[in-house]
Design a protein around this ligand. Structure first.
Ligand SMILES: *[C@@H]1O[C@H](CO)[C@@H](O)[C@H](O)[C@H]1NC(C)=O
Ligand SMILES: *[C@@H]1O[C@H](CO)[C@@H](O)[C@H](O)[C@H]1NC(C)=O
Ligand SMILES: *[C@@H]1O[C@H](CO)[C@@H](O)[C@H](O)[C@H]1NC(C)=O
Ligand SMILES: *[C@@H]1O[C@H](CO)[C@@H](O)[C@H](O)[C@H]1NC(C)=O
Length: 425
């Protein structure tokens, strides 16, 4: 016990006493053990800054917009604007984080990569996250504010965001890039508002969309969710409307502080691997403190439970299950209906990781096989060695994912120009 304690102190002390504005990032995992003196370590101002400060430093232009959903939530959209762009792109973020995930890779951030390539870049935010706490009548301290899952995010938030971006960009068709939850909600949107999506979306890129994950997938999360789901009605924090990560709560701040100052970053990663899949040395060491910092958005358990219901049904992408009685009222059926993927009318590009054990390869094969044949003409991208989080912080994210997406978009733009040319002549 004593030994464990002194070991823990040894790991923490050098960092706790590090003066502020000193090194907070290292280019090697070993560096974090000796952050005062290692030549691998440096101060990264992004880690202490807010999203607009970061965009300002690296790009120099940004806008903030607000849009209201049909059910009364106010969403914040960030834009890195560009005159006469090659295209307009809307990024939608994963669970527990927010729009900052797209700018958390310093000057090599995903959002900046697309901006530099000539795109007008919009960063979406979902209801309830770090930037979206406003509603016309509800307060974010009320349970009713948190009564949503990825269904409402897809049906209301994506609808409002896409239509707003379209209107702000002279009616441009939009490239939607959704990662994890952003992919799930993208599939909800494209299937439930299929006609609108056909008018507004040029291409829908869904990265690890987590729509058909079944029992064979080994990620640890499903076991935790299974326990929690079955404790509903017994303990209050297992309630669907229980809010995880109360913003600025002391316990979240403490956990973030401890993780940021904990020297053994690999230890943190190995725990994450149990949930997200193994990926040897792929997580970029420089990015880990930023990654910790941008993962603190609030969300209701209902989102997790909706995912759990997909697991429990062994990979059926369906509406939220409220129990027979309420299902009958809401859906006209005792069973929650599956999302009508067969209705999708937009081109879809599925991207997923071969080592992902939260959203396994076979689940993505299943999604792919259920999409209409003419919406998947560009095929699918299976990224070797990638787990669930490599899409944001993996060293090879650009070469293996984002540059490929840019190439695909160029190809589509070229095809569109050829079609226009043929129509004219
Ligand atoms: C929209 O039109 C304005 C004025 O014609 C132009 O400056 C701007 O670049 C256009 N934006 C997009 C996204 O096409
Ligand atoms: C980002 O910054 C690093 C270090 O200053 C530099 O080597 C790299 O070329 C920069 N990347 C871009 C895309 O500007
Ligand atoms: C949450 O939403 C469902 C479905 O719309 C509704 O039946 C239920 O009464 C709502 N619960 C609360 C606490 O608002
Ligand atoms: C696929 O074909 C259907 C039926 O002709 C059409 O409604 C839909 O828009 C097409 N989808 C794409 C992505 O072109």
């Amino acid at each position: 016990m004593k030994r464990v304690f002194s070991l823990a102190v040894l790991f923490m002390v050098p960092l706790i006493f590090a003066p502020q504005n000193q090194c907070n990032a290292c280019s090697s995992y070993l560096g974090y053990f000796n952050i005062f003196f290692s030549s691998d370590c440096y101060h990264n101002p992004d880690i202490d800054d807010d999203i607009l400060g970061i965009i300002q430093r690296h790009v120099g232009v940004h806008e903030t917009h607000e849009v209201r959903t049909d059910d009364g939530y106010f969403l914040t959209l960030f834009r890195i604007p560009r005159q006469n762009p090659k295209g307009v792109i809307l990024f939608q973020h994963p669970l527990v984080t927010d729009a900052r995930i797209w700018i958390s890779q310093y000057n090599e951030s995903i959002a900046f990569l697309f901006w530099r390539a000539g795109y007008d870049v919009w960063l979406g935010n979902i209801r309830g996250n770090y930037f979206c706490k406003k509603h016309v009548s509800l307060d974010s301290t009320e349970a009713a504010f948190w009564n949503f899952s990825f269904h409402e995010i897809g049906y209301y938030d994506n609808h409002a965001s896409v239509e707003y971006v379209k209107q702000q960009t002279n009616g441009s068709k939009i490239v939607y890039v959704g990662y994890s939850l952003g992919g799930t909600s993208g599939m909800v949107y494209a299937s439930t508002r299929d006609r609108e999506a056909a008018d507004s979306i040029k291409m829908m890129v869904v990265m690890t969309p987590t729509t058909h994950t079944g029992w064979s997938c080994t990620g640890l999360l499903k076991y935790l969710l299974c326990i929690s789901y079955n404790l509903q009605g017994i303990v209050s924090f297992a309630d669907p409307l229980f809010v995880l990560n109360r913003q600025d709560a002391w316990y979240i701040k403490s956990v973030q502080f401890l993780l940021t100052h904990f020297s053994c970053k690999k230890c943190i990663l190995y725990v994450l691997y149990l949930f997200c899949g193994f990926s040897e040395d792929a997580f970029e060491p420089d990015l880990i403190n930023m990654f910790i910092r941008v993962h603190a958005s609030e969300l209701p358990f209902k989102i997790f439970y909706h995912y759990y219901q997909i697991y429990a049904a062994d990979g059926i992408f369906q509406r939220y299950d409220y129990g027979e009685e309420r299902n009958l009222l809401l859906y006209g059926d005792k069973e929650p209906p599956p999302y009508p993927l067969e209705n999708i009318k937009v081109p879809v590009y599925v991207v997923h990781g071969a080592n992902d054990n939260l959203d396994c390869p076979n689940a993505n094969e299943k999604l792919y096989s259920k999409l209409p044949k003419n919406s998947t003409l560009h095929g699918k991208l299976t990224v070797e060695g990638f787990n669930h989080i490599d899409f944001s912080c993996g060293r090879y994210r650009n070469e293996k994912v984002y540059l490929k997406i840019l190439q695909l978009l160029d190809k589509i733009n070229l095809e569109d120009q050829n079609i226009l040319y043929l129509q004219k002549t």
